[in-house]
Ligand binder design. Structure first.
Ligand code: 4AD
Ligand code: MG
Length: 435
């Protein structure tokens, strides 16, 4: 029996005949020899098919293979320093599972395609080396996030997608017809439910898709994105900052440990990632405004940061910055005000360096019943829909807090890529919700 292996396992089979199932990535050939490059999802393998060593019909089949045809190759693994993965395979047999016809060839050729074309063909473009590297790093980031929380006393309690009310403001809600004439909204954040489950478990996190009817077309905005959100009972803003910092250092460390190949393929400057160590720089919103004024920004106290402000704040820094104590005026209803200054709230944003901007947002929540009722009224939110949330302030209310990290923003920063649409297999942006 010839063993079936993946390209990643080739090193353990040097000198043996093995079988690898995959797709034809590329083909170079001459009259007497052909070099099909095999792709199997784990790597690339250059195969060598020599005419004199193979039955004539088989050699002709190999010579005439088309890009992305599915094939199963049998052959002997040979170590070769010059080969891309360090190994080559001498072809002994090759089975064509499906041949892509010349009349309708694979649309993504090795030449450069425009981004619009690649997004339209995203279902195929994800087979490319660049997408493979980015999505592999995404997997690593998600695994690291889960490992971090699982090993620090957090329980995963996932929160609903259909919700009766807004968490992050009503302007970006997606409305759905839930039942007869009853409306529901796609969740913007699991936070409010996390606040309930934290009172049951102490420390929790949820991790799932979130939805925002964003009208912005920036490189940082998707309409559907994945967010991990921890929440902790008996916690303050300082606890939230410490956990966010520790988690980010852990994630970057894991990617450096396990995804060097992918980072290299993306030409990521890894010294920028190696510099991500605690402590991050900390500043208040007031201090950030002062720095922005020195750098010539027209921002006024009371304005939220724009993308340019975030870039100005982070561009000359090695480590992320944690900005806290924001004006209450532009923050969500649930933030706890500072005890010494009621016009600012105990929120924190973590801004990634190199101009990537906000990757984490969170803070301490209001735990006082009367203050919460007041805020719900000021923000003109429907009190009935929030009754269950208000209950949490009646039955054993405690100081608590947490944050949310958008996975795509974190991955874009770690990969050092321009636009977050490449960090998710099938991005949803303002004008694109297919394929
Ligand atoms: O700052 P945001 O809006 O905070 C919340 O939703 C809180 N309820 C989280 C919490 O405290 N549990 O969003 C949190 C993060 C942002 O820092 C950003 O990384 C990401 O979610 N994010 C987006 N990512 C991609 N596209 C968008 N449109 C995003 N909006 C927010
Ligand atoms: Mg935010």
């Amino acid at each position: 029996m010839i063993p079936r292996i993946t390209i990643a396992q080739a090193g353990a089979h040097v000198g043996e005949s093995v079988q690898i199932a995959g797709w034809l990535y590329n083909l170079r050939r001459s009259g007497k020899i052909a070099f099909p490059i095999l792709r199997d999802g784990y790597g690339l393998m250059q195969c060598v098919a020599v005419k004199s060593a193979l039955p004539e019909a088989l050699f002709e089949t190999i010579r005439n293979l088309t890009q992305e045809s599915s094939i199963i190759v049998t052959g002997k693994i040979r170590a070769d320093e010059r080969a891309p993965g360090g190994f080559e395979m001498d072809v002994e047999n090759l089975e064509v599972v499906q041949r892509v016809p010349e009349s309708d060839p694979y649309p993504i050729t090795p030449k450069d395609h425009g981004i619009e074309f690649l997004l339209e063909h995203r279902h195929l473009a994800i087979r490319g080396l660049r997408a493979h590297a980015i999505l592999g790093i995404r997997h690593e980031v998600i695994k690291a996030v889960r490992d971090y929380f699982d090993s620090h006393g957090f329980t995963l309690v996932d929160t609903p997608i259909f919700t009766p009310a807004a968490c992050e403001g009503t302007t970006t809600l997606f409305e759905v017809n839930y039942y007869e004439d009853n409306k529901a909204y796609l969740t913007q954040s699991g936070q409010l439910y996390n606040e309930a489950t934290a009172m049951a478990f102490g420390k929790v996190y949820c991790f799932g898709p979130t939805f925002r009817a964003e009208l912005s077309k920036t490189r940082r905005h998707l309409r559907e994105f994945w967010m991990v959100e921890p929440e902790m009972a008996y916690a303050t803003l300082e606890d939230v900052k410490r956990v966010a910092e520790e988690m980010l250092v852990f994630i970057v460390g894991r990617v450096l440990e396990n995804r060097r190949e992918e980072l290299k393929r993306l030409e990521r400057d890894v010294t920028r990632l190696e510099a991500i160590q605690a402590p991050f720089d900390r500043m208040t919103y007031d201090e950030a405004i002062e720095i922005l004024h020195q750098k010539g920004s027209p921002i006024q106290w009371g304005d939220d940061f724009g993308g340019t402000d975030e870039t100005l704040l982070t561009q000359d820094r090695q480590r992320p910055i944690m900005v806290d104590r924001f004006p209450a005026s532009f923050k969500a209803f649930y933030f706890e005000p500072a005890a010494d200054r009621p016009d600012v709230v105990l929120g924190v944003d973590v801004l990634a360096p190199e101009g990537y901007g906000e990757i984490v947002g969170g803070g301490q929540r209001i735990h006082d019943l009367d203050l919460l009722l007041q805020r719900i009224e000021q923000h003109k939110l429907p009190k009935e829909a929030f009754q269950w949330y208000i209950d949490l302030r009646k039955y054993g209310s405690v100081p608590h807090g947490g944050f949310g990290m958008g996975i795509e923003r974190a991955v874009a920063w770690i990969c050092g890529i321009e636009h977050i649409r490449e960090t998710i297999a099938f991005p949803r942006t303002l004008y694109r919700w297919a394929p």
